[in-house]
Design a protein around this ligand. Sequence first.
Ligand code: G1P
Ligand code: ZN
Length: 544
Amino acid sequence: MQIRRVTTTPYADQKPGTSGLRKKVPVFRQPNYVENFLQAILHALGEARRGATLVLGGDGRFLNREVVQVALRMAAANGLGRVLVGRDGLLSTPAASNLIRINGALGGIILSASHNPGGPEGDFGIKFNMAHGGPAPESFTGEVFRRASAMAEYRVLDAPDLDLGRVGGTRLGAMEVTVLDPVADYAAMMERLVDFDAIAAMFRRGFRMRFDAMSAVTGPYAKAILEGRLGAPAGTVANAEPLPDFGGHHPDPNPVHAAELMALMQGPGAPDFGAASDGDGDRNMIVAPGLFVTPSDSLAILAAHAHRAPGYAAGLAGVARSMPTSRAVDRVARRLGIGCHETPTGWKFFANLLDAGQITLCGEESAGTGSSHVREKDGLWAVLLWLNIIAATGRRADLLVRDHWASFGRDYYSRHDYEEVETERADALMAGLRGRLAALPGRRLAGLTVAACDDFAYADPVDGSVTAHQGVRITFAEDARAVFRLSGTGTAGATLRVYLERYEPDASRHDLPVQEVLAPVIAAAAEVAEIARHTGRDAPSIVT
Ligand code: G1P
Ligand code: ZN
């Protein structure tokens, strides 16, 4: 087999964001687009790549199959020693993170655009994870961008597609290729962390749940673990087959996109528990009978009860949440007497704290929850930990939530997204807000008083690095908060995210409509950021 050197010209737009390079499929289908970017990653790995092991897989979306084959041929032409690839090119993000860690791999290439839609007109993405199993830091992605911007030639092995449908070993030139069952090692890890026997006994006693895999990658994982290992009835996992276009749906586990699951859980025949995961399996949605559990509450509840699961029996070293996530978990940490970190949005900040052993659990308001077991958020893990807690306490999920509020108070929470705003207008809104910050403290807005505000900057306690301009936080004297930031993951225009929360300690006031309780915070946020004037919108596109 020949190594071919192909002359190419660079694309200017191959700058990876916090979740790798994410673009529309037609962009990725331009000539040499995929090859240029993969070569930039391989170059950025430097000499360390020679003979090294790489993990490879994706969430099954449109282009996954083709790009896996290209990546294999290019890895072989660039001196990698071995590639571990999921059967059919599939690997969930948390499973890939685990494989990198347990095999001492140099890193992993994960093909996914997470919860974004797929298909020929949908989104595709390529991200790189490092040897610790977590997303690449800016030092690495910056190097990839520099290399991609100057790409003149890439190397690829002249070889036909490999058959990835069967588990086993094969060779591609001098490189070893191992096709793995994508689920096996992940399931074994889950079995060590959560009490499978207790959960299985609960299913035998008639406990019923619905897991919506949203036609994305967690289908095979959930079927093997929930229905296979834990004995949940067949059909527990819905939309279990990964489809290239996710069946035309948006594989984003939130009340809007998982409407069917929401309707089931609100209805009279609701099962005991409902859950969903996203395109690549790192996000989770938890729904109790008659009650959607916000990711912020879920994180707090998991932190309060984690010790009931074997993997966390020794307690938690500490916890962390992203800045816009509600402060519910802070209250748990205070009571447990453990540290609580507030980090910028994105998993890489957690990864540092996890590596340093400063935290055990972490999460984001955007439906990401995780622990020290991998360096990514993990959707199915969160679901299994919930099941473990339900089995151990004998309390239904909605009662666990109400118990939690009664004990800690309720952090009413909502996120308002303004999608596809013109970039210039969104930037002007943020700039205007930042410019007004100094004048805000003490000001009355919609009946609330601004107590403090800032443009969030994070000093990493592990490596000392400072990450600035991570979003504007405004806290009000009335135990409320509004946070503003622009999305870093969108593929069309800008998305303004407005995060709203209000604390209510009084248990007799824990059943009020969320948007009503938040109305003054919503009004204050609209006023202070001049949302209508800047965006030209009088309402958000998505309320979660
Ligand atoms: C979104 C979420 C963020 C998450 C990221 C990657 O980023 O808000 O919490 O870490 O996706 O999954 P955003 O679009 O807000 O920049
Ligand atoms: Zn995801």
